[in-house]
Design a binder for this molecule. Structure first.
Ligand code: FES
Length: 162
């Protein structure tokens, strides 16, 4: 993502509303962070201070929890997360080339999200369907026995996208 932009006022109001729902609960931090992420697709950095204040925590404590949980993100994510397998089985069957092609097709490097927030590109250790290597996952769907043609078809609308 490019430069960080400040959140619009309605977003901050919505964050305050969500915080209010959790303020009096016993262990509110994780469910509160999860709900904020569900609403925005990530945890906006601007949400951390109001959360810390409401729950009487330090900013660093809230930040620490977000960093600890891999499922919590502090940068916007694409609607579809593309995960290219870099496990051994996929690697020996050309996984590296598959990753290169996906990068080209999406115009993204690992860990990046397209500016239109459609795609995020990641790699994973093993998807668990090694017999079909090389594999990639797009959103909730796994695509096996990938090859350059299939990659081109899958992301036909994104040539060099970004
Ligand atoms: S190594 Fe890729 S699915 Fe197992």
């Amino acid at each position: 993502m490019g430069k960080h932009q400040e959140m619009a006022r309605p977003a901050m109001t919505r964050i305050a509303e969500i915080i209010a729902q959790y303020q009096d609960q016993k262990w509110p931090l994780i469910p509160l962070l999860q709900e904020i992420q569900e609403e925005f697709g990530y945890i906006p950095p601007e949400a951390i201070n109001p959360i810390a204040r409401a729950l009487q925590l330090f900013h660093s404590e809230v930040q620490g929890v977000i960093t600890f949980y891999e499922q919590l993100y502090t940068t916007p994510r694409g609607k579809k997360v593309v995960r290219v397998c870099r496990g051994t089985a996929c690697h020996v069957r050309g996984g590296k080339t598959i990753l290169k092609l996906v990068k080209q097709q999406l115009g993204l490097e690992e860990g990046e999200t397209s500016t239109d927030l459609e795609y995020t590109l990641e790699t994973v250790a093993c998807i668990g369907v090694c017999a079909l290597a090389p594999n990639i996952v797009v959103g909730k769907n796994t695509h096996g026995t990938m090859n350059p043609k299939k990659i081109a078809q899958l992301f036909a609308n994104r040539k060099g996208g970004g």
